[in-house]
Design a protein around this ligand. Structure first.
Ligand SMILES: [Zn+2]
Ligand SMILES: [Zn+2]
Length: 223
């Protein structure tokens, strides 16, 4: 692959290299539709709803929910009894309806990918930088969560983060920004609230319009 066609995978816990072609951002009229695809039966509808609400609060896109589908068997990793995130991205990419901009897969099963020397590393989410697809799992959002609502908020924050990657954003050094690198832990999301001014500027420069809607979670008390 030539350097210009390199595409990167970014996870909350991992940065990986892969090949592909960058997508134009909102180049065509009507391309602002973002699709949400629930994978598997176990994910509660309330988790899907908060993700949709969060995406619409941040990004000036139309969010459509696709009919729920089963997890693809090809992505299952029996050795660890979890699903490989990059295989889920391969599954999701072609499911993006014609004219759509991005597709976000949501699941409650644990997902993993290869990180450096670690063959199978559990993650919150995985996205292709400037790519069409991202996937996130609520599995790790439940860790040390106070209750279901807390886990749901974490999940929706990860959705804003992963879609940010598909819009070309890399991790942000600003503490408390939604594009912060989770470093493999969901606990980082608890100090996050909004996209910082730098991340917002980068999105605007890339032609991504922000919605400026009401953020559907409370402002964390920063220590
Ligand atoms: Zn990330
Ligand atoms: Zn930021």
């Amino acid at each position: 692959m030539t350097p210009h066609s390199r595409r990167r995978f970014l996870a909350l816990s991992a940065t990986l290299a892969a090949s592909g072609v960058a997508l134009p951002l909102f180049a065509a009229e009507g391309a602002r539709v973002l699709y949400v695809q629930a994978l598997g039966k176990a994910l509660p509808d309330a988790e899907v709803s908060l993700v949709v609400q969060a995406l619409q609060a941040f990004y000036a896109v139309e969010v459509k929910t696709l009919g729920r589908v089963e997890l693809p068997k090809v992505a299952y990793y029996p050795k660890r009894a979890r699903y490989r995130a990059e295989k889920l991205l391969e599954f999701l990419g072609p499911r993006l309806p014609k004219g759509g901009s991005r597709i976000l897969g949501l699941t409650s099963v644990d997902i993993s990918t290869t990180k450096g020397k670690i063959d199978d590393w559990g993650i919150l989410g995985l996205a292709t930088l400037d790519g069409a697809a991202c996937v996130l799992s609520s599995f790790r959002c439940k860790r040390q969560a106070k209750n279901a609502a807390h886990a749901r908020i974490r999940f929706a924050k990860v959705a804003v983060h992963e879609i940010g990657h598909t819009f070309g954003l890399e991790h942000c050094p600003t503490r408390g920004c939604l594009m912060e690198d989770g470093g493999g832990s969901v606990l980082t999301t608890d100090r996050e609230y909004d996209l910082c001014a730098d991340s917002r500027r980068l999105l605007t420069e890339r032609g991504v319009e922000l919605a400026g809607g009401e953020i559907p979670w409370p402002k964390p008390k920063l220590k």
